[in-house]
Design a protein around this ligand. Structure first.
Ligand SMILES: NC(=O)c1ccc[n+]([C@@H]2O[C@H](COP(=O)([O-])OP(=O)(O)OC[C@H]3O[C@@H](n4cnc5c(N)ncnc54)[C@H](O)[C@@H]3O)[C@@H](O)[C@H]2O)c1
Ligand SMILES: [Zn+2]
Ligand SMILES: [Zn+2]
Length: 374
C-alpha cells in the first residue's frame, strides 16, 4: 500500500489528543486531554478510528499487573489512519488505514535471530512521549494505547488495510480475534476432524471457536457460565455447549466425547479453576492452550500424577503465536470472504465517554466487544 513511501510528513509539533486514562487502580478511567510529541525515527502518529475493548484493559485498570507503570493510556485493539511518520519509515505513509499490532518483531533478539519472530523478546514500540496535562509520562497498554483520538506507535506496529472495510470490525483483529484464531491455528495446530473445548466464550474464546472451525474441527464444545454467551458461541461455530454452572464441565465434555475427552482444550478466562478444567478435559496426549491472563498473584495446585498420565502438551499462547504482517491481512481476507464473522463480534459501538460503561457491560456479560468509535 505504501511501499514507495519513505519517511516524511513530520512537519507538525506536539499535538493535543483525548483519551481514557487509568490513574488509580480500580478507579474509573478519566477522559482527559494529553500531549503527543511528533513521531521520532521509525515512529508513526495514528488517528484512531475505532478500538475494541478487550478484557486485558479491564485487568490493567484493576491493577492485576500492578500499578508501578500508572498512569496508563488504555486500549490496545485499534484501527486508524496514519497522520504523520518519522524519519526512515517505509512500510506505511500518511493516509494509510492501519490495524495496530502489539507485536512488531525487532529482527535482532535471540528469538528473531533463531527464526521465531512470533516470540520476539524486544518487540518494537514508540518511545514514551505521550504525557498527561499535569506532565506525567503515560504508559500505553501493550505499547499501543487506543482509547484515544491519536496515539504514537512504532511504524512496524501498523498493518495496512483496505479503507473500504469497516474500522470497527477490523480493529478487533488487533488483539482478541487474532489471539483466538491464532491460538487454534498456530499454538494448538488444530487438525481437520479434531475435537475441541473452549473455556470462556468472550471475544477471545469465540475467536478460538472460529479458528477451530476454519481448521476443520468437527466437534467444538463451548463452555461458559452465561447462557447468553453460549448462545452466541453457537453462532460462531460451537457444535455443543456446556454451562459450567450446571455441573462439572469436565464430566460433561467426557460424555460428549465418548468418555475420552477432547484433543484440544483452550482456556480463555484467566482463572485457576478453568485452567485445571482445561487441562483435565483432554483425551490422552491432547493439547491444552492457556490464553487467559491470570496475573502474577494467581496460583493453582496441580495433581501431577493425573497430569503425567494424560501426557500431551500444555502451553501458553501469547497473541495466538501470530505474525501480524502475515496474519492480519489473512484474517482481513477471510472476513471479506465471509469466513470470519467479525460483524457478530461487534456487540456495541460507543463513544469514548462510555468507556467505563463498556467495562461494566463486559463484567455483566452483555458484550463480546464494545467498540469505541471516534
Ligand atoms: N494470551 C493473550 O495473548 C491474550 C490476548 C487477549 C486477551 N487475553 C485474555 O483472554 C481472556 C479473555 O478475554 P476476553 O476479552 O474474551 O474476555 P471476556 O470477559 O469477554 O470473556 C471471558 C468469558 O469467560 C467467561 N467465564 C467467566 N468465568 C467462567 C468460568 N468459571 N467458566 C467458564 N467461563 C467463564 C465469561 O462469562 C466470559 O464470557 C482474558 O483473561 C484476557 O486478558 C489474552
Ligand atoms: Zn526480536
Ligand atoms: Zn487484548
Amino acid at each position: 500500500m505504501a511501499e514507495a513511501a519513505t519517511g516524511s510528513g513530520t512537519a507538525g509539533g506536539t499535538i493535543t489528543a483525548r483519551g481514557a486514562i487509568a490513574r488509580e487502580v480500580g478507579q474509573p478511567a478519566s477522559i482527559e486531554e494529553f500531549t503527543i510529541d511528533p513521531p521520532g525515527p521509525g515512529e508513526a502518529l495514528v488517528r484512531i478510528l475505532a478500538s475494541g475493548v478487550c478484557h486485558t484493559d479491564l485487568s490493567v485498570k484493576n491493577g492485576v499487573f500492578g500499578s508501578d507503570f500508572f498512569p496508563v493510556l488504555l486500549g490496545h485493539e485499534g484501527a486508524g489512519v496514519v497522520e504523520q511518520v518519522g524519519e526512515g519509515v517505509a512500510n506505511v505513509a500518511p493516509g494509510d488505514h492501519v490495524m495496530l499490532a502489539w507485536r512488531a518483531p525487532c529482527g535482532a533478539c535471540r528469538f528473531c535471530l533463531d527464526g521465531r519472530p512470533h516470540l520476539c523478546a524486544a518487540s518494537l514500540n514508540a518511545e514514551k512521549r505521550m504525557r498527561s496535562m499535569d506532565g506525567q509520562t503515560l504508559t500505553p497498554v501493550l505499547g499501543i494505547g487506543t482509547f484515544c483520538t491519536h496515539t504514537l506507535v512504532h511504524a512496524k506496529q501498523c498493518v495496512p488495510f483496505d479503507p473500504a472495510l469497516p474500522p470497527e470490525q477490523l480493529s478487533l483483529i488487533g488483539c482478541g480475534v487474532m489471539t483466538g484464531v491464532g491460538a487454534a491455528l498456530y499454538s494448538a495446530g488444530v487438525k481437520p476432524g479434531g475435537s475441541v473445548a473452549v473455556f470462556g466464550c468472550g471475544g477471545v474464546g469465540d475467536s478460538v471457536i472460529m479458528g477451530a472451525k476454519l481448521a476443520g474441527a468437527t466437534k467444538i464444545i463451548a463452555v461458559d457460565i452465561d447462557p447468553r454467551k453460549l448462545e452466541w458461541a453457537k453462532g460462531f461455530g460451537a457444535t455443543h455447549t456446556v454451562n459450567a454452572r450446571e455441573g462439572d464441565p469436565v464430566a460433561r465434555i467426557k460424555e460428549l466425547t465418548g468418555g475420552f475427552g477432547v484433543q484440544y482444550a483452550f482456556e480463555a478466562v484467566g482463572r485457576p479453576e478453568t485452567t485445571e478444567q482445561a487441562i483435565f478435559c483432554r483425551d490422552l496426549a491432547g493439547t491444552c492452550v492457556i490464553i487467559g491472563v491470570a496475573g502474577p498473584k494467581s496460583t493453582m495446585e496441580l495433581a501431577l500424577g493425573r497430569f503425567f498420565d494424560l501426557g500431551g502438551i500444555l502451553r501458553v499462547s501469547w497473541y495466538g503465536d501470530c505474525l501480524p504482517t502475515r496474519d492480519f491481512p489473512m484474517l482481513t481476507e477471510w472476513y471479506r470472504q465471509g469466513r470470519l464473522d467479525l460483524d457478530g463480534m461487534v456487540t456495541r459501538v460507543i463513544p469514548l465517554e462510555e468507556t467505563e460503561e463498556a467495562f461494566h457491560a463486559m463484567e455483566r456479560g452483555e458484550t463480546l466487544r464494545s467498540v469505541i468509535r471516534f
